[in-house]
Design a protein. Structure first.
Length: 586
């Protein structure tokens, strides 16, 4: 029976099963929509089973009619093996079309499964040398050196030929045999237990020494800073009293120094150590503080730095080029978590020796609509480098915005879609696109640091023919693909954003991707994972303001200890804006 059903479930055969007590029968049949199991109780129907002969029960036409009497009123149990809701077409052309559609759908489902497995078990790297059949295996040997980790995660600037070729081993940049000279030295002399000669008992003399250096750490120490301000008076006239003014404190009247508050702020927003972890660390040092106390300190710091934060955003928006990106920010509201948004604004003109310094500023907003980004960029005029999010494209459709803002899209985002296709399907064309984009980044690596005019000339001569050939290949391949294929989605995305993706060819100031803003925004993503959510909208705004300074300082090599001291001693919220220039990150 099982073999008959497997071969042809639509044959119309009915399989009858009789209970041992002969009080009911079960019928297995195809009713037009699926295979069903029907049950009929025989105890009240007057039906009597005839005796079996040689294991076979023979029914007369009358008995057969009685057995199936009331078939439409039986209790049915539909099995979990429904086949089709509609019959198959008889036209061969329609059957071929149906088979191709099912094949494309199965390919999409298989791609989804492979993608999910890759997200859970696979390597995250998008390096071209790692894109192979083994990419789904759990990679526990990703021991890239520090220089490799500092490069962009997409590794877009390395050409395929250079990456696949065997490179000579470079000496590891580790401190082997010598520690950095800039570190202070603390000497420890270990004398022998006795300096008497074991033979003649005479005094021994020092003839040499062995010196070794080890990296050491002085544990953090909390101390009480007592500020004493003596008073002076004149004994002759007894009318004047002189005393030094009290130093400015971030927390007025508080029992905490500005240095400790700055350390807590940098630890939370720069090194992503949550406040409850810091309270545990402080408790280990012998000081018990409530987490809410630290949160109030952060709020006060936010209020003090608001003027400096606004000035930094204003200065960044004066430059002719700006990078933007966004990431969700969970915020606790009335017992549940709502998704708000963090927007990142970044500048960095070092690749073409331009005027804008490396800086990043975060903006908290209620959403990620066009209205939000339009209000943030109301005073900006120039080139906006972004990904393909619809809000940016809707921004330039407003009256006057198209002439004020020019969009340049991210080539790394387009490449990433082909990387995902290649990881899941091993598509030869996806690999071809990845290798072609790698050639573009090889040219970018060679012209990095040159002037905008030089970069444009090289791009017109070398990059433009490569991109034009890629555009023709994308159009040619797209015409022969199914509309639900994962590859055609990547192709359609690239072609839909082609003018913005290739805008860097005509302007030497534009970068081919938005990695400048994507790299710092990863710190926000890690901070979200550590903290889970912001306590309220005010806490999320504090997060944005206080994250701007440490993240911007890490991007600028010109930050010095002097600027850090200025940060601790300045009260920006009450200061004049024209006096805040020295303490901006750059």
């Amino acid at each position: 029976m099982a073999e008959d059903l497997r071969c042809n479930p639509y044959s119309g055969d009915i399989y009858v099963f009789r209970a041992k007590r002969k009080d009911r029968s079960k019928f297995l049949l195809f009713d037009g929509s699926g295979t069903v199991l029907a049950t009929k109780w025989l105890e009240d129907s007057g039906f009597a089973w005839p005796p079996a002969q040689d294991g076979v029960v023979s029914l007369t036409p009358t008995q057969f009619a009685m057995l199936f009497d009331g078939f439409s009123e039986w209790s049915r149990i539909t099995l979990k093996m429904a086949l089709r809701s509609t019959p198959l077409p008889s036209d061969p052309a329609l059957l071929t079309e149906l088979a191709l559609a099912l094949e494309a759908e199965n390919e999409t489902l298989r791609t989804t499964i492979v993608t999910l497995k890759a997200l859970i078990f696979g390597a995250r790297s998008e390096r071209l040398s790692r894109l192979g059949a083994e990419q789904l295996a759990l990679d526990l040997s990703d021991n890239r050196d520090e220089e490799t980790r500092k490069t962009a995660a997409t590794n877009d600037h390395v050409p395929a030929a250079e990456e696949t070729a065997k490179k000579p081993c470079k000496k590891a940049g580790r401190n082997i045999g010598k520690l950095p000279e800039r570190l202070p030295r603390c000497e420890r002399v270990i004398e022998p237990t006795t300096t008497r000669c074991p033979c003649c008992k005479g005094q021994m003399h020092r003839i040499g020494e062995d010196v070794s250096e080890t990296l050491d750490r002085v544990p953090a120490v909390l101390r009480v800073l007592r500020t004493i301000r003596p008073k002076y008076a004149c004994r002759a006239c007894e009318s004047a009293v002189v005393q030094a003014p009290a130093p400015a404190q971030l927390i007025e009247g508080g029992m905490v120094s500005t240095t400790l508050v700055a350390h807590i702020a940098v630890a939370k927003y720069g090194w992503l150590s949550t406040l409850y972890r810091q309270t545990a660390i402080l408790a280990g040092l012998g000081v018990v503080l409530d987490r809410q106390t630290l949160a109030r300190w952060m709020k006060q710091t936010d209020w003090m730095l608001k003027g400096l934060y606004d000035l930094q955003l204003e200065v960044m928006h004066r430059y002719p080029r700006l990078f933007c990106d966004e990431t969700p920010m969970p915020v606790l509201a009335s017992g549940h978590v709502k998704l708000r948004q963090f927007w990142a604004h970044a500048t960095d003109d070092r690749p073409w020796a331009g005027p804008a310094p490396p800086a990043v500023a975060y903006v908290f907003a209620d959403g990620r609509s066009k209205k939000e980004i339009a209000s943030q960029l109301s005073g900006f005029t120039g080139i906006l480098q972004v990904d393909g999010y619809a809000a940016y494209k809707a921004l330039i459709k407003d009256e006057g915005a198209e002439s004020r803002v020019t969009l340049a899209f991210c080539l790394a985002h387009a490449r990433r879609k082909f990387v995902a296709v290649f990881k899941t399907t091993n598509s030869p064309f996806a690999k071809e696109v990845i290798e072609t984009i790698a050639l573009v980044y090889a040219i970018e690596k060679r012209i990095r640091g040159k002037s905008a005019d030089e970069r444009r000339a090289v791009r017109q001569a070398e990059t433009k023919p490569i991109m034009d050939a890629l555009h023709a290949r994308l159009i040619a391949v797209r015409d022969g693909l199914s509309q639900i294929s994962p590859l055609i989605k990547a192709i359609n995305y690239t072609l839909a954003h082609w003018s913005g993706l290739t805008r860097f060819q005509d302007d030497g100031r534009i970068e081919p991707d938005t990695n400048i803003v994507e790299r710092p925004i990863r710190s926000i993503a890690i901070g979200k994972r550590n903290s889970l959510f912001a306590g309220d909208n005010g806490g999320a705004e504090t997060w944005a303001i206080l994250s701007t300074r440490p993240h911007g300082a890490r991007r600028s090599p010109r930050i010095t200890r002097a600027s850090g001291q200025a940060f601790r001693s300045t009260r920006p919220h009450g200061a004049r804006l024209d006096r805040l220039g020295p303490v901006i990150n750059w």
